[in-house]
Design a protein around this ligand. Sequence first.
Ligand code: ATP
Ligand code: MG
Length: 552
Amino acid sequence: MANEEKEKSLNFIEEIVENDLSSGKHKSILTRFPPEPNGYLHIGHAKSICLNFGLAESYGGKTNLRFDDTNPVTEDTEYVDSIKEDVKWLGFDWASEHYASDYFDTLYEYAEKLINLGLAYVDDSNSEELAAQKGTPTTPGTNSPFRDRSIEENLTLFREMREGKHEEGSKALRAKIDMASTNMLMRDPIIYRIKFAKHHRTGDKWCIYPMYDLAHGQSDSIEEITHSVCTLEFVAHRELYDWFIAKLEIFPSKQYEFARLNLGYTLMSKRKLRLLVEENHVNGWDDPRMPTISGLRRRGYTPKSIRDFCDRIGIAKRDNMIDASLLEFFIKDHLNKISSRVMAVTDPLKVTITNFPEGQTEDCEIDNNPEDENSGSRMVPFDREIFIEKSDFLEEAPKKYFRLKPGGVVRLKGAYIIQCDDIVKDENGEVIELKCSFIENSKSGQDTSGVKCKGVIHWVSQKNNVPLELRVYDRLFKEEDVAGYDGDFRDILNENSLEVLKAYGEPSLKDAKLDDKFQFIRKGYYVLDKDSTENQIIFNQTVGMRDSWKKN
Ligand code: ATP
Ligand code: MG
């Protein structure tokens, strides 16, 4: 790539990395992806994963996976396992796997070190008193009456906290910084609190736990992370991040912030997604309507489509809302290249081909994927009685209607041109069957009939098909800006986000496997669902053929 071109495409974090490498500040880079294991990963995390692992890939560095598990109350090993699965599925490999909880001993030592430096103290203030001392963004805070405890007293009390001698909320360890700082986070932040809770890894070993700022930044330093990339809400934390590192004189990791991904009509918060799961608004974390990686996977999204999407949206310094149709664009683009074209009919109208011999079946060869010459073809059985979509027939059709109409012709995909000779109606006047004839020598690929025919429709044999259940999904929420909605986000759930349809599929679909990708011709892209059984084949619609996000 020409130098100039390369520079233009660099995002601001890549620029920083290039500078740090060329100036010799770092010989190589080490990034990390630091999820809190309190839920399943969502597409917002995918952006962070692609950024952190992508940086390391581009610059020959490495990325750690670190579970930020310092809050014993909300964390679970189920989430740890799902996070690992999702990162792997996206196609990334971490250099090593860490847990912030593995650093509890070191973090404790750091806390004692701060006490010994006269930079931390044990405070007995209760939560109201602490809040009152904080001040406001425009007025300075006030010093706690416990701020000037001696180093010895602080050490004794902190050790007692660790030994479980004090009740939850009765004491906390605070950094001694500046109660008048314009940055509220620098006003003597709490760095350790008492919590009598079982931790998913350390069990009952600890009854004091480090707060985010101490735990996160120092974990970075312990691992010698060079570039610690996080989202914009941590901008104000950077000063504190640097303060701890400077005072403790440990590895100088640096924090950089980028805008989090917000996607329309859905949510990017594990906590809120968890409520949807717990309150059964959806069927689990991997419900195909969920913006979770596992939900997208079950819906039929490919790792490539998600990575391409993350690449395209790039790295911004300001929060913005990404149109959900952009994600759809990337999955359609990929599925168009890799999916097998198959036929399924959802709203069947019986068609009898009156000049086709009864009891006879003829194989029709259909290309699996015209976009991929190596994808081969398969045989679909054609016979005298077939189903077409009701909507592919119109009794009173306009001139330019190229599907089936009385006296008109249409091509059956991969099979013959048929002509509509007669209509059968029920007592209510509804069309229940078409009597058609096929045109001799008009078979696809060997058509010498000379009959002009503009329309092609899909079909299945009435006798030779597999019944299917199709699950078709719509947006999960009715409002685009769910996070910005000022009522309860559950009030704007789209109650019509799941539609279940019956369908008849061509017989080859019996052999579909979980990961196979299909285009149901003229309907959309579909993937087998894990709920399928021997007797009930279930497909999820990944995405329809048309843009489903256009505003009406
Ligand atoms: P959540 O509210 O969903 O729990 P979080 O930011 O608390 O989000 P973490 O598990 O702490 O989630 O996140 C791990 C990493 O993923 C962090 O570096 C975080 O900044 C990043 N991340 C989380 N959500 C997004 C998002 N919507 N866009 C980009 N990055 C994100
Ligand atoms: Mg969180």
